[in-house]
Design a protein. Structure first.
Length: 78
């Protein structure tokens, strides 16, 4: 994700907060791009309701992630 947004060697963080920033255009990316999510079925199987013990909050689900992108950001699941 980091290289797609910030070029070769680009870094965009390591957690859901960084992805949220990317998809909303808050930092480094501006709406008007398409995110191609390869192997999205693998993500869907693992991003399920539950509890995130690391962040002490409900786990982020695939549906939750797909609700983040704002207008001008297309997500293509492959």
């Amino acid at each position: 994700m980091g290289e797609a947004i910030n070029g070769p060697g680009g870094y965009f963080g390591w957690n859901a907060g960084a992805l949220h920033d990317c998809l909303l255009g808050d930092w480094g990316a501006a709406p008007g791009f398409r995110l191609i999510w390869h192997d999205s079925e693998v993500a869907r199987r693992h991003l399920v309701p539950g509890y995130d013990r690391r962040d002490w909050c409900p786990a982020v689900t695939m549906d939750h992630l797909l609700a983040w992108p704002e207008d001008g950001v297309e997500v293509e699941l492959r």
